[in-house]
Every structure is written in C-alpha cells, then in structure tokens.
Design a protein around this ligand. Structure first.
Ligand code: NDP
Length: 237
C-alpha cells in the first residue's frame, strides 16, 4: 500500500459514495486528509470521526467558496475532485436550471479547483478528477448532458497536464463505470440494463475506485498524466 504519511490531501465531495471510499483510503495510509461536502452534514461528521479527516462544508457550485476552500489548504500534494451530480431524462423536459447546476459542479468546479490547487501545489503533486466511462460511451437515451460534463473533463485533463507538467504535477481522470453508491445503487432499477453493457456484470465498489486513485497519487503514478483511467468492468469496451 502506498504510504501518504505527511501528504496533504483534499477530496472535493467526500462525504458519501466513491468520495468517502477515497477519504478512507488516504486516511488509512497516513495522509493529512480534508474533504468537502455540500448538504450531508451527518454523513460528513461521521466519516470525519471515523477517519480523522477534516470535513469542510463547501458547495462546489459556489465558485468563490470553492476557490477559497482550495486556497486555504495551502500546499497540497493531492487533490481529488470527486464531487459530481447526475441529471438524467428526456432533454425536452428536463429543467434547464438543473442542467446548468450539473455543469457548474461537474465542469466549472473541477477546472477552477484544479487551477487553484496548482497555484500552491508541491512539485510532483497529483490532480485527479473523477470522470465517467460516459465520457466515452453513452449507450442509452437520457444521458446527453451528463455525458457532456464527463467528456468536457477529458479535454481539461489533457490541457492541464501540459500546463503543469514542468513541475512534475500529473493531471488525470479516473473513469468509473457503474459503481455502488447513492447515485447509482447496485440494486437500483437501471442495474440490469447497465450490467448488460458490461463484460463483468456487477457494480464496482467504492474501494476499487479508491485503490486506483491511490495508485495514481503514489510514486508509481509519476509518468501517468493527461490520461483517462477507465475502471468500468468493460462497460466501454
Ligand atoms: P454520490 O451521489 O453517492 O456522492 C456524491 C458526493 O459528492 C457526496 O459526497 C456529495 O456531498 C458530493 N457532492 C455532490 N455535489 C456537491 C457539491 N455541489 N459540492 C460539494 N460536494 C458535492 O455519488 P457517487 O459516489 O456515485 O459519485 C461520485 C463521482 O463519481 C461523481 O463525479 C460521479 O459523476 C462519478 N461517477 C459515479 C458513477 C457511479 O456509478 N456511481 C459512475 C461514474 C462516475 P453531499 O453528501 O454533501 O451531497
């Protein structure tokens, strides 16, 4: 297991699901971990008590709050930008404000947080965003706007990898497929449909995504940058 003792780690959107698994992974490996959440105060406090990580209420859709939260952490070694929302349905009837809020959280926030983190980040730092295999493949109707947000991350990752590579900072996206969480429960109504697209017909667990995150953040990830690391049970194959 990679050792993150003494490393400053910030996870945006860490109170539940994949983000919580990532918080646990870095905290277990000795990291000095902080994480943000939007509304789940109880879940955040429970996770903070369990792991020793610091919970910070900061809505990623609030740009000023987001940027000041990142800046206040000082010289980070690792930032994981996991906070994301999913709005699906018929584009002809979806609420436009809901779509724009998703774009704020899934696209604008990762860009501004990445840039702000890089200002003070230590050399050889790690910027990791949680994208989605839906950035590559959207095999059913109703997911256009969500796919848009996850495809947008891909261009950002490629570009920022070149902007910050001179300092040894890597920038990558992890692209999960179906992963058990409140957003996408393994027993949810869409599960069988999603498993039909997969070679390994089950939801991933958060700890499987967290392990890949820790690999990218560790010393063996130093030459991986500008890349999409897909972990999807073959959903996109
Ligand atoms: P969950 O809905 O289970 O958890 C989302 C987490 O993000 C929560 O901690 C939530 O905080 C936080 N969050 C959401 N919006 C904001 C915000 N505006 N500001 C700060 N924090 C916020 O989602 P998952 O764990 O399933 O998903 C995590 C990421 O993985 C997302 O980016 C998602 O798109 C991506 N993903 C998920 C897949 C899946 O199948 N589950 C597949 C592919 C990608 P709070 O508790 O306070 O609401």
């Amino acid at each position: 297991m990679n050792d993150f003792t003494g490393k400053n780690v910030l996870v945006l959107g860490g109170s539940r699901g994949i983000g919580a698994a990532i918080v646990r992974r870095f905290a277990k490996a000795g990291g000095n971990v902080a994480f943000t959440y939007a509304g789940s105060k109880d879940a955040a406090e429970t996770l903070a008590a369990e792991t020793g990580a610091e919970a910070i209420q900061a809505d990623s859709a609030n740009r000023d709050r987001l940027i000041s939260t990142v800046a206040d952490r000082g010289a980070l070694d690792v930032i994981v930008i996991n906070a994301g929302t999913l709005v699906m349905g018929d584009p002809l009837t979806l609420n436009s404000d809901d779509i724009d809020r998703m774009i704020d959280v899934n696209v604008r926030a990762p860009y501004h947080a990445s840039v702000e983190a890089a200002r003070q980040m230590n050399d050889d730092g790690r910027i990791i965003v949680i994208g989605s295999v839906n950035g590559d493949r959207m095999p059913f109707a109703g997911g256009a706007a969500y796919a848009l947000t996850k495809s947008a991350m891909q261009g950002m990752v490629r570009g920022l990898a070149r902007d910050f590579g001179g300092r040894g900072i890597t920038v990558n996206s992890i692209q999960p497929g179906p992963t058990d969480s409140d957003m996408n429960p393994a027993g949810g109504p869409m599960a069988d449909t999603m498993h039909g697209f997969m070679a390994i017909k089950r939801h991933a667990r958060g700890d499987e995504i967290a392990e890949l995150t820790a690999y990218l953040a560790g010393p063996h990830g130093a030459m991986i940058t500008g890349s999409m690391q897909t972990i999807d049970g073959g959903f996109g194959a």
